[in-house]
Design a binder for this molecule. Structure first.
Ligand code: ADP
Ligand code: MG
Length: 566
């Protein structure tokens, strides 16, 4: 406790929160200032915690969540009461859905007034509202409980299946005074916040036996595997067994996309033909068609590795469940694997290679076309060319067509470098993820954004400029959600302003904007922006007719039997 800061032998809730965070190695807070947390943020900054202030709590929450994903340490978001809390709640729920560790700490109004609904400033029973949307929710009601409250929040966020935690701090607790002696004793330094959970040896043996029986094995790697930072263990297992692998979107780069065992270019074939699939840190949710036909074969058997045992059998029977953390599980697999136990399946790999080749050739025509105006493929090729020599750039990606094409066209070669709409397919993560990634890694970030997606967090361009972060935002501007309206008609529900000059937004904040209408120009602009190390915004003009409605998930978009006029 920095006693010099506090008068006499007394301290208060504000100081205790900051001390408790520092004691647990929290070095960054993402938030929006206001009643009752303004002084808390000032104090944190004075005490050496890096504070990044946003224009909307959802972006602050998204930054905290992605920081948690990248570091395995819960990212901290701080908000004001009721409306600020609600703004942040989407990010808290999204973090929980994606299994990212984060803690949202919100100040709250006077309990005595809130509980009798007597109409306080920003009155809301925030704890009750938060509870169904996060992994755990706690309220601190006495200053001497701040230490325990923060310790519980850290453990809940980081241990087991990670997730979002809500911590409610009343204005009263923040302002409460406590004697220094009691205060010091109340702080808790969390030891081993995310304990390893090694798998049972029987589960490991069962999984390896099943894999040994396979003729067409396939590994599917999810973002849980990327999160686990078990890159070496996973790669060793995949390469030693010679089996093909498919990365889920955010697991791209766990093994490089150009790895000879990657089955990404023959995804449907690999999934449909595999006889044993090992699912590592990936859920059989909508993103994997729930493990059902027509994508999947009814006879395929599964090994599933997950830290959360209730995940098994959630969509399909799992023949060989392995409960444990991915790092421990792959270490155990590698240790238990007998030489030659899982044989390389040459025929399977040959067939896969042929399929990949066919698909790559089919894609090439589309990818190499250079239409004017640009379409999604050509513009993404231009972006890819600028990124080719810079594997350490972090990619943020959201939108519909921009996301679906981006996932396929932008190859990744390093783990945890692709950050996208994730489990919900949510829009609005863009600028928050970009700031969070730049803040914790110090590396350049390129946010590839649909024009509609960008709008949800676009005001954070000011945040990026204020802190001078090396973030280049590329807006794929096709004048609309999915696509733009035809000239001369009134705006439809999916239409956005025609020919908007998004690059002018960043010029208002003193940084460089680019207006790009062709592929060489786009590659040049992105190359220059990355070399500058400064914030930049590129308005990439895309053919308004290029997008398809709902991108690649049109099957999820119900259509009225009586078609609307347009
Ligand atoms: P994707 O969308 O990439 O398929 P999901 O988010 O659906 O990935 O699945 C991630 C899974 O990983 C979740 O079921 C989660 O419980 C699990 N998980 C997260 N961290 C770990 C870990 N360290 N070890 C094992 N499983 C983990
Ligand atoms: Mg669009």
């Amino acid at each position: 406790m920095s006693e010099a800061e506090i008068s006499g032998d007394m301290t208060d809730g504000f100081h205790l929160v900051v001390e408790a965070l520092k004691l647990n190695g929290i070095d960054t807070i993402y938030g929006v200032a206001g009643i009752p947390i303004t002084d808390l943020l000032r104090l944190a900054q004075n005490e050496g915690i890096r504070y990044l202030g946003f224009r909307h709590e959802q972006s602050a929450g998204n930054a905290a969540a992605i920081a948690g994903y990248l570091t395995q340490k819960p990212g901290i978001c701080m908000t004001v009461s009721a409306p600020g809390f609600l703004n942040g709640l989407v990010a808290l729920a999204n973090a929980t859905t994606n299994c990212f560790p984060m803690i949202m700490i919100s100040g709250s109004s006077d309990r005595a007034i809130v509980d009798l609904e007597q109409g306080d400033y920003e009155e809301m029973d925030q704890l009750a509202v938060a509870r169904p949307h996060c992994k755990a929710a706690y309220r601190v009601n006495r200053p001497q409980d701040i230490g325990v409250g923060i310790a519980r929040a850290i453990r809940a966020a980081a241990s087991g299946r990670p997730g979002g935690v809500y911590l409610d701090l009343t204005a009263e607790v923040l302002g409460s005074v406590l004697d220094m002696e009691t205060a010091k004793k109340s702080l808790v330094k969390v030891v081993d916040p995310a304990p390893a959970s090694p798998p049972a040896p029987e589960a490991v043996a069962r999984a390896l036996d099943l894999l040994a029986s396979a003729q067409r094995p396939l590994a599917i790697l999810g973002k849980g595997a990327a999160y686990a930072q078990a890159d070496r263990e996973i790669r060793a297992f995949i390469e030693n067994t010679g089996m093909p692998f498919l990365p889920m979107s955010m697991a791209k780069g766990l093994l490089p996309d150009d790895h000879p065992q990657s089955a990404a270019a023959a995804r449907s074939f690999a999934i449909g033909q595999a006889d044993v699939v090992i699912l590592a840190g990936a859920r059989l949710n909508w993103l994997l068609s729930h493990g059902r036909a027509p994508l999947w074969n009814a006879n395929t058997k599964f090994v599933q590795i997950d830290i959360s045992p209730t995940e098994f059998d959630s969509n399909r029977a799992i023949a060989a469940p392995v409960a444990g953390d991915i790092k421990s599980v792959f270490a155990a697999f590698n240790a238990a694997l007998k030489p030659g136990q899982i044989k390389r399946q040459a025929a399977w790999m040959d067939e896969m290679g042929k399929r990949k080749q066919q698909n790559v050739e089919r894609m090439a025509a589309r990818l190499n076309a250079d239409p004017s105006p640009m379409n999604f493929s050509s513009a993404l090729r231009a972006v890819r060319n600028a990124l080719a020599t810079q594997p350490d750039v972090y990619i943020v990606n959201e939108g519909a067509n921009t996301l679906d094409f981006g996932r396929n066209i932008i190859d990744m070669s390093l783990p945890r470098h692709r950050l996208d709409s994730g489990t919900w397919g949510v829009m609005g993560i863009g600028m928050g993820y970009a700031v969070g990634a730049a803040a914790v890694t110090g590396k350049p970030v390129v946010a590839i954004e649909g024009d509609s997606a960008f709008g949800f967090s676009g005001m954070e361009i000011e945040t990026i400029c204020r802190y001078g972060l090396p973030v280049t935002t590329v807006v794929f501007n096709n004048n609309g959600v999915y696509r733009g309206d035809a000239e001369g008609i009134a705006y439809t529900p999916t239409g956005l302003l025609r020919d908007a000059r998004y690059e002018k937004i960043i010029e208002a904040f003193g940084e460089r904007g680019y207006h790009c209408t062709d592929t060489p120009g786009l590659t040049r602009a992105l190359t220059e922006a990355l070399a500058s190390g400064r914030p930049a915004l590129i308005n990439a003009v895309i053919d308004p007719t290029a997008g398809t409605e709902s991108g690649h998930i049109q099957s999820l978009n119900p259509k009225s039997a009586v078609a609307p006029k347009r």
